[in-house]
Write a protein that binds this ligand. Sequence first.
Ligand code: NAD
Ligand code: DAU
Length: 350
Amino acid sequence: MKKIIVTGGAGFIGSNLLNYLVPLQPDTLFINLDNLTYAANLHSLKGIEGAPNYKFEKTDISNPEAVAETFRRYGPDCVIHLAAESHVDRSIADPDAFMRTNIMGTFYLLEACRAHWKKDGDNLFHHVSTDEVYGSLGENGLFTEETRYDPSSPYSAAKAASDHIVKAYNRTYGLPIKLSNCSNNYGPRQFPEKLIPLMILNALEGKPLPIYGKGTNVRDWLYVLDHCEAIWLVVQKGRVGETYNIGGNSEKKNIDVVRSICKVLSEETGKPLAALEGLITYVADRPGHDLRYAIDASKISGELGWRPKETFESGLRKTIRWYLENNEWIEKVKTGEYRKWIAKNYGDRS
Ligand code: NAD
Ligand code: DAU
């Protein structure tokens, strides 16, 4: 039986990936390696927790002995690496954990692979990364796989460092690696510190919808399941040593995203649109706020035939319906820690 460690499998993208892969690949054992930080939610894995080809291992990737022990126990053939501190605003407020997990954690995982895998083995370390490593675009242009790295935040700088280390392990030690750099994901099971779920939950509770700066920053939105399918395609068919950019070809200004959320919420709940839009509040900008991200996904579409299935409109409606139907999940993440973060980030921002 093939054994794949998925790190960060209790987080947003990781849990969607495991919910997709565990039933799809019954002959592969998936080991979810996650330290269960504030961003994790085991409730996201309820549908697969009893599956015979799924195991959960609580392991901190920034602890090299713990990582080595988990590798000894399972002898994985492949690692799909998603575990990270992932929120830009938190990296600005408190960068320490970002350096430990995103840089050192990746390094310890690579060391474990190097120690366990034979030179001619059928192995793969797939590194899930972000388009934020490329920095900011102006009004025109797209990020390609050749775009120079120019990260702006402690989060994206730590992810950029991890990308470089992964590539160095391929060049220096011949470790079989692949990378994918993706644009902004949205969808079910996303922690409500990120723009789309934060706005959905605030709007439902009649709380302000805080827009940083003028709301004209642009992000390229991709439905999370489209990202999961792209990752699996690259793992299976992508070329070793290569990077694949993944994006939704769906650029939106933040203010337009928030207006779309208000519109769909109004249609789905019957709340008056004007009342929802009246909650929009402009607040102090994010320091170092990248203006625009947009992905050229022609490499993955040309080589592997990948295309996103959802449009922003269809994906957003699915996402809003999911949050309306999953109150138990929402209650699980709205812990004291969540309330503390909301007070810290938005308390004196206006
Ligand atoms: P997330 O914050 O929702 O989940 C991260 C997961 O990693 C959590 O389950 C957490 O418990 C785990 N984790 C954190 N530190 C750990 C540690 N030291 N040891 C073990 N586990 C640890 O993140 P996400 O949005 O699902 O992102 C997953 C990956 O995808 C990240 O590497 C991120 O950089 C990348 N990415 C995210 C997006 C996006 O829009 N969310 C886009 C492109 C790339
Ligand atoms: O581009 C990929 C990246 O997308 C991932 O690597 C990150 O892990 C992920 O968090 C995301 O980063 P962003 O910073 O783009 O996402 P966030 O949801 O935090 O913010 C999206 C945009 O909305 C950004 O321009 C900031 C703005 N924003 C965000 C919040 C939370 C607001 O205007 N108000 C807010 O309250």
